[in-house]
Design a protein around this ligand. Structure first.
Ligand code: DAH
Length: 344
């Protein structure tokens, strides 16, 4: 029996020495130190020995058990330290490394442009009327007739305007000018509003034209409003929007709902007025339409043109964004190419 114990002790110590992990140690404990271990089995056999042998071998068995226990304890500590060391080594944080950038979304360049323009006009005392005041699915009356368009005006033609199948007079608005009528029907003058929104036109898509785009409509109605007010307001707008004193010019034009009407040009951003491809060698770029509100329009909404006058203007958001940022293709706004969108 003594020999057997010696062998067990030797085998256990060797196994302990070779153990590398907590799992190894657990196995060893189970095999040599638990109640079901070989060692315990031997201890159970002690009672069959002669009385003089029993205490000697009993003491020896205890000695062996203690040796194994001690050795296990020491190994457990070693393994704990080794694993801690490894953990510290692999999980080390290098605080000098640059942080990971988390990609974040941002407003679309058109949204930004609208916000920028709206902010400028708010600074001049205009309030914004939202879409609910002027829907994108509109009637012929608000898009054309109430704005003094003659019944046979070419803009009403199917080629320019998307008509729906809902009803013969229901269309996708081709301009935000209907917002003028909605506003004047709902509020009494004095009025000083702008109304941004989407408009639709039935035309073939190219670098300069998309069949969906955005406009911002403006309307001022008060007593004694003159063309000088229109000029002052829009000159101030171009100065603030383009960020420097950029020459503007007012050209006579025609719109059914304003009289007189004008188109406003800014000096070409590209060539500074010398003449280039962007401005078709004219040195000027058209940025908006405007005019004094036609008395017929005021009468149509029950405002007395003898008491009130006003001016209106309308501008294309894409066009203004393109001119400011030298973007040469309107389709870039709608293609969702991150490389383009990221630049704003
Ligand atoms: N609605 C016009 C267009 O789409 C732009 C415009 C011109 C708006 C003159 C106005 C205006 O309010 O007074 O071409």
């Amino acid at each position: 029996m003594q020999k057997q114990l010696e062998e067990i002790c030797e085998k256990a110590l060797k196994e302990i020495e070779n153990a590398n992990s907590k799992a190894d140690i657990e196995k060893i404990k189970l095999e040599y130190l638990s109640r079901k271990s070989i060692l315990n089995n031997i201890k159970k056999g002690l009672k069959d020995l002669s009385p003089d042998q029993r205490p000697i071998l009993g003491a020896f068995a205890n000695e062996v058990a203690q040796k194994i226990e001690k050795s296990v304890e020491k190994k457990e500590k070693d393994i704990y330290h080794k694993e801690l060391e490894e953990k510290l080594e692999t999980e080390k944080i290098d605080i000098t490394l640059p942080g990971k950038t988390i990609p974040s979304g941002k407003p679309h360049p058109l949204t930004k442009t609208i916000e920028e323009i709206v902010t400028i006009f708010q600074g001049m005392g205009f309030t914004v009327t939202a879409n609910e005041n002027s829907p994108e699915v509109e009637t012929e009356y608000y898009n054309f007739d109430s704005l003094n368009f003659p019944k046979d005006h070419p803009a009403k033609d199917m080629q320019d305007t998307f008509y729906t199948k809902v009803a013969p007079n229901v269309l996708l608005r081709s301009q935000t000018s209907g917002a003028q009528i909605h506003t004047m029907e709902n509020k009494k003058p004095p009025l000083r509003i702008i109304s941004p929104g989407r408009v639709y036109r039935c035309e073939s898509v190219s670098a300069r034209k998309n069949n969906l785009f955005h406009q911002i409509e403006g309307l001022v109605i008060d007593k004694n409003v003159t063309f000088a007010d229109l000029k002052g307001t829009l000159n101030e707008f171009t100065r603030l929007y383009f960020g420097e004193a950029r020459p503007t010019r007012f050209r006579t034009s025609f719109f059914p709902f304003t009289e007189p009407s004008a188109e406003i040009d800014v000096q070409c951003i590209m060539c500074k007025g010398k003449g280039c491809r962007t401005c078709s060698q004219t040195g000027w770029l058209e940025i908006l339409g405007a005019g004094i509100v036609d008395p017929n329009v005021l009468q149509g909404v029950g405002i007395d043109p003898e008491i009130y006058t006003g001016f209106a203007f309308g501008m294309g958001v894409e066009r203004l964004a393109m001119l400011k940022h030298a973007i040469n293709d309107i389709r870039l706004f709608f293609n969702n190419d991150i490389r383009f969108l990221e630049q704003f």
